[in-house]
Write a protein that binds this ligand. Structure first.
Ligand code: MN
Length: 245
């Protein structure tokens, strides 16, 4: 069973739908996001969890250094996961008690830490020590929507470099028009576009690159593309295309 089939099958089995033999349409609407998202970001109790890296902390050297990966994954990302669980619990308590005095604060925390958790989880998988190039539908849509991979990389790099303050460069699939779009995010959650789903993300918070690159954000972005895992990006797009065509 390949990874993609495994993901789909386990999502269906997890929801008890394979055994129940329910129709595809109802299973699809119920499962959509869980089935689409290839990363396990919650445990069986619905508590958000920090996924481990798929590679050793030094595997992306010299492009992304070992110390940065340790701090970035084990401290920063772990902090977002803790904050997301805390905000989730606080909001559940607020609903239970019908006490919404702090609802604005916790909703802000929910958006900030949730977006931080989800984007970092993609970011780790978007990188690999093994070289790759876009293929299949990913290659087809990059060519159709941007002209070529080189043009996409130039555009994505310019957008990412010019993020004001801390944030992200994002390549996303926009099911509304059936096309790829490049977006910026400030912090984790601002400026993004609803209904577009990230498939390639580049973290440009200083914690992602400052130890090694200091103020040279553009050099970090250039080197990021040397470790991009295009197979992972392509798999994310394939899953989305299977659900939106
Ligand atoms: Mn980060």
């Amino acid at each position: 069973m390949d990874k993609r089939t495994f993901i789909k099958t386990s999502a269906l089995a997890g929801a008890g739908l394979l055994a129940a033999g329910q129709g595809k349409a109802s299973a699809r609407s119920f499962l959509a996001m869980k089935d689409l998202f290839p990363d396990k970001l919650v445990n069986d109790q619905g508590v958000y969890i920090l996924p481990p890296l798929d590679y050793p902390y030094n595997a992306l050297e010299p492009h992304i250094d070992e110390q940065t990966l340790h701090i970035h994954h084990d401290k920063h990302h772990a902090g977002y996961v803790r904050g997301l669980n805390k905000a989730t619990q606080a909001l559940a308590d607020a609903v239970e008690k019908e006490d919404f005095a702090l609802v604005k604060h916790w909703e802000r925390q929910l958006a900030f830490t949730g977006a931080g958790h989800f984007l970092h989880s993609i970011y780790w998988k978007n990188m690999s020590p093994h070289q790759s190039t876009p293929s299949g539908d990913l290659k087809k849509y990059i060519t159709r929507d941007f002209g070529s991979l080189d043009k996409l990389v130039t555009y994505f790099s310019a957008a990412t470099k010019s993020v004001e303050g801390s944030g992200w460069g994002i390549l996303a699939w926009q099911p509304v028009a059936g096309k790829l779009v490049v977006l910026q995010a400030e912090k984790h959650q601002n400026l993004s576009q609803w209904l577009s789903i990230p498939i390639l993300v580049c973290d440009v918070w200083e914690h992602a690159y400052y130890l090694k690159y200091q103020n040279k954000r553009a050099e970090y972005i250039r080197n990021f593309f040397d470790v991009v895992n295009w197979d992972d990006v392509g798999e994310r797009l394939d899953l989305l295309l299977g659900r939106t065509k």
